[in-house]
Design a protein around this ligand. Structure first.
Ligand SMILES: Nc1ncnc2c1ncn2[C@@H]1O[C@H](COP(=O)(O)OP(=O)(O)OP(=O)(O)O)[C@@H](O)[C@H]1O
Ligand SMILES: [Mg+2]
Length: 249
């Protein structure tokens, strides 16, 4: 038996805002094995982003334990968490979070600056990551010279550049049209299938969750359902069956 990549044991997260205490997570039990592709769904305010921040070591639980590759990260300092985050986890957000006055490759290279990689190697690795997401030829474009889908692919390349084991994506297709969303899901499916990456995607669109192999539902800070998806949609096939510019109105 192999150790799960992610183990949450009784994880709670309480936000204190003024007089109020918001119980955003109320005892989450979750195990994710290496190479899984998991969708997380739930209503607005149900705790999905809070859960992702904890999974990504951007935030710490108020209670319970988080084991990442079997290592308890619950008690680590912010610096130690940043170290782990930088090496093991790639993040993708709904709003791309690119820096406007940097080129595509410079945006992708940002995580390498913190890792102290020499500039020449940084550029080579950033360009390789851009190739992985189908953006060769766009290395020197700035975000405002790219489409939304291309910007999200730059953000995925940035998430990949440190060769993480886990990709966490919070509403990665939330700002994209349907076809572009399928293109982005094709990239996640390829990373999952070809590179064995563990992928966790928050979405409120059932059509997007259907590209994953497992669906976890969250309500009021608790997991209320967790099931395998029997026949995931195949983004690559769908794109091939309906070439760009031919989608139905
Ligand atoms: N920094 C914070 N301080 C106080 N309360 C917070 C904070 N962040 C989130 N919350 C609260 O915690 C609960 C869960 O929020 P969270 O952002 O995890 O929800 P979500 O499922 O991601 O929602 P959405 O689908 O709208 O993105 C909500 O009630 C929210 O108001
Ligand atoms: Mg959210």
């Amino acid at each position: 038996m192999t150790t799960p990549v992610i183990q949450l044991q009784g994880v709670t997260r309480v936000y204190a805002s003024g007089e109020n205490r918001v119980h955003a997570l109320r005892g989450i039990e979750l195990e994710v094995n290496a190479g899984e592709m998991v969708a997380i769904m739930g209503a607005s305010g149900s705790g999905k982003s809070t859960l992702m921040h904890i999974l990504g070591c951007l935030d710490k639980p108020t209670g319970g334990r988080y084991l990442l590759h079997g290592q308890d990260v619950t008690g680590l300092t912010p610096d130690q968490l940043a170290y782990i985050r930088n090496r093991q986890i790639g993040f993708v957000f709904q709003s791309f979070n690119l820096i406007g006055n940097l080129t595509a490759w410079e945006n992708v290279a940002l995580p390498l600056i913190y890792a102290g990689v020499p500039r020449r190697e940084m550029q080579a690795r950033a360009i390789a990551a851009l190739q992985q997401v189908g953006l060769e030829g766009r290395e020197h474009h700035r975000p405002n010279q790219l489409s939304g889908g291309q910007q999200q692919r730059v953000a995925i390349a940035r998430a990949l550049v440190n060769d993480p084991a886990i990709i966490l994506a919070d509403e990665p297709t939330g700002a994209l049209d349907t076809r572009t969303s399928v293109e982005v899901m094709a990239i996640f499916q390829e990373l999952h299938r070809e590179k064995g990456l563990t992928v966790v995607i928050v979405t409120h669109e059932p059509d997007i969750a259907a590209y994953c192999r497992r669906l976890v539902r969250v309500r009021d800070g608790q997991i209320v359902a967790d099931e395998d998806i029997q026949q995931p949609r195949q983004a690559e096939q769908e794109l091939a069956a309906q070439p760009a510019g031919e989608e139905k109105a």
